[in-house]
Write a protein that binds this ligand. Structure first.
Ligand SMILES: O=C(CO)[C@@H](O)[C@H](O)COP(=O)(O)O
Length: 221
């Protein structure tokens, strides 16, 4: 299977959301990556459940919900989560990680854990049986348009080996942050499966979203 595309909707032009969604549908993207930021876990605010519900009314593309918030377990009930969505919580943001993962599992969504650039892979040791996806942050989370943290490329490769050696090769690897075409190609070679596409690749001012998405796919096939 080729790499899958998850466009970061926070990078879209909100004045033309309907046009954006139609272009992404036409380009057959796999998910819509929805960044939820709380001004506490990360130094920024973004989208919330009301925005998500509005977009739900516009499309059937599954959501890739990235909770960049502290205590995500407290807020899961306010989100409309559907089977087939991905829900990601940060390893660094919840004390009772295993319990939080079980709550996501109960919704029928795919269960995903994110690691910030400075969080080691071994912190996943005791929850490997509880997850479907590991999201490797390739920038420090909070803002679009940042530069790749170079060490994260090696981290993707290390994670791939770690999953294989521990008998968990079914767990997929998602990457998020400065996933340009060139970086995506390197990330694919390192073992990434799902690519968050933002301002570095498909959302560029005055350029065609559909065409850029089609071009991006060539780098991750
Ligand atoms: O959440 C984040 C970064 O915190 C991502 O979703 C980015 O917004 C992806 O976009 P670029 O890094 O390509 O601008």
């Amino acid at each position: 299977m080729g790499g899958r595309i998850s466009p970061s909707i926070m990078c879209a032009d909100f004045r033309n959301l309907e046009t954006t969604i139609r272009a992404l549908e036409r380009a057959r993207v796999d998910y819509l990556h929805v960044d939820i930021m709380d001004g506490s876990f990360v130094p920024n605010f973004t989208l919330g459940p009301d925005f998500m519900n509005s977009v739900r009314e516009m499309t059937d593309i599954p959501f890739d919900i990235h909770l960049m918030i502290n205590r995500p377990e407290d807020f899961l009930p306010i989100f409309t989560i559907r089977p087939g969505d991905i829900v990601t919580v940060h390893q660094e943001a919840t004390i009772h990680l295993q319990r939080t993962l079980q709550r996501i599992r109960d919704t029928g969504a795919k269960v995903s854990v994110a690691l910030n650039p400075a969080t080691p892979i071994y912190t996943l040791d005791d929850i490997l049986d509880d997850i479907d996806i590991v999201l490797i942050m390739t920038v420090n989370p909070g803002f679009a348009g940042q530069k790749l943290v170079p060490a994260t490329l090696g981290k993707i490769q290390k994670l791939k080996q770690y999953l294989q050696q521990s008998g968990h090769s079914h767990i997929e690897i998602e990457v998020d942050g400065n996933v340009s075409c060139e970086n995506a190609q390197k990330m694919r070679l390192a073992g990434a499966d799902i690519f968050v596409a933002g301002t570095s690749s498909i959302f560029k001012k005055d350029q065609d979203l559909y065409e850029l998405t089609e071009k991006f796919r060539e780098y991750i096939t």
